[in-house]
Design a protein around this ligand. Structure first.
Ligand SMILES: [Zn+2]
Length: 123
């Protein structure tokens, strides 16, 4: 019966680093901590020994990990400025930058060119 119980809790952890268990000091909840992007921290009912974790752990090689990661988005747009200038607006994985002076003065705040693209006028 013990074997059945263990099997029920046996999950596959695709993790670059070895999984480990830790207990929350505030709630007493046990977690299996993984670097598996699909799992992250998994709430469990008890502490797991390293022998158990080792059975669940699928060692992720470098190449496989890269494939599993979400695609990095990098897009560049050209936007006409009001004085005939052309500015480059870049979306680097959600971080927007613009080559116009207003963006520089705004310390990283969205300038009108970034807002224009976010509003969908150039997509
Ligand atoms: Zn701009």
């Amino acid at each position: 019966m013990i074997i059945e119980h263990l099997t029920k809790h046996l999950m596959v952890i695709n993790s670059l680093l070895p999984p480990t268990t830790l207990q929350s000091p505030s709630t007493g909840q046990w977690y299996i901590v993984t670097t598996d992007p699909k799992l992250g921290w998994v709430a469990v009912d008890r502490k797991y020994s390293w022998e158990e974790l080792d059975k669940m752990w699928r060692r992720v090689t470098y190449g496989v990990t890269i494939k599993a990661e979400p695609k990095r988005i990098k897009e560049t747009y050209k936007v006409d400025g009001s004085k005939g200038n052309v500015y480059n607006v870049t979306n680097d994985n959600g971080v927007w930058t613009c080559s116009c002076p207003a963006h520089g003065f705004g310390r990283g705040k969205d300038c009108k060119h970034i807002k224009e693209i976010k509003n969908g006028k150039h997509i």
